[in-house]
Design a protein around this ligand. Structure first.
Ligand code: SF4
Ligand code: SF4
Ligand code: FES
Length: 234
């Protein structure tokens, strides 16, 4: 059987002057998903290759990377459909800590800024707060986000204004909490988003939707937030 050929971005700031692409050849039987192939490189060829992964099945969101120019999760990307050599790089425009590991601190600070937890103005109920099936349905397409950052790091507006624009992932999460019938801080949440940079730097270019490995539509969520703010003014 022929080998699978890859070229992987390498950069160890402690010893490399600059990043470079390293070629590897991995036997076909190493596995069917790209993460299997990276694991083979790490475990059998070069233990210094560094990347994040945990669940191995598209749930934890930790192995977001740029695969042949497109962001995705290595664990749910079949090798069979990829042109070779497979070029694997870190998520675009993120600061590289080492090889495929990028600094997610700012991304998660932005996520925390939207207060991604249930807020009660009145006393916290002793029992759970019920929802009707229709109310629960409002969360579909939002709650499934695994915060892999594939969308935000494919968004040109986020590349250029990521310090102040919250980006598609965090905005989709904001819409998730604003759409939750049990939450009592909708107005405060909308107040926080009413800002020319935080929300309105989205120009509906739709890269985010194409990049999402969970097939979510952050651009639509951003549009819904804009509509809610518009309705509130009128
Ligand atoms: S639709 Fe908005 S959030 Fe999505 S990629 Fe385009 S500018 Fe970014
Ligand atoms: S919306 Fe999709 S691409 Fe963006 S962080 Fe969530 S799961 Fe990842
Ligand atoms: S390893 Fe968890 S999503 Fe890929």
């Amino acid at each position: 059987m022929t080998d699978i050929h890859l070229k992987v971005f390498r950069y160890n700031p402690e010893q490399d002057e600059k990043p470079y692409m390293q070629a590897f050849a991995v036997p076909q039987e190493a596995g069917t998903m790209l993460l299997d192939i990276l694991n083979h490189v790490k475990w059998q060829i070069d233990g210094s290759l560094t990347y994040r992964r945990s669940c191995g099945e598209g749930v934890c969101g930790s192995d977001g990377m740029n695969i042949n120019g497109v962001n995705g999760l290595a664990c749910i990307t079949p090798v069979a459909g990829l042109k070779q050599p497979i070029h694997i790089r870190p998520l675009p425009m993120m600061s590289v800590i080492r090889d495929l590991v990028v600094d997610m601190k700012h991304f998660f600070e932005q996520y925390r800024s939207i207060k991604p937890w249930m807020q009660h103005q009145k006393a916290v109920p002793e029992r759970e707060t019920p929802q009707t099936p229709q109310q629960r349905e409002q969360l579909n397409g939002l709650y499934e986000c695994i915060l892999c950052a594939c969308c935000s790091t494919s968004c040109p507006s986020y590349w250029w204004n990521g310090d102040r624009f919250l980006g598609p992932a965090t905005l989709l999460q904001a819409q998730r909490w604003i759409s939750d019938s049990r939450d009592e801080a909708q107005d405060e949440r909308l107040d926080q988003l009413e800002d020319s940079f935080k929300l309105y730097r989205c120009h509906q270019i739709m890269n985010c939707m194409e990049a999402c490995p969970k097939k979510l539509n952050p651009a639509e969520a951003v549009g819904q937030l804009k509509t809610k703010l518009f309705k509130r003014q009128s």
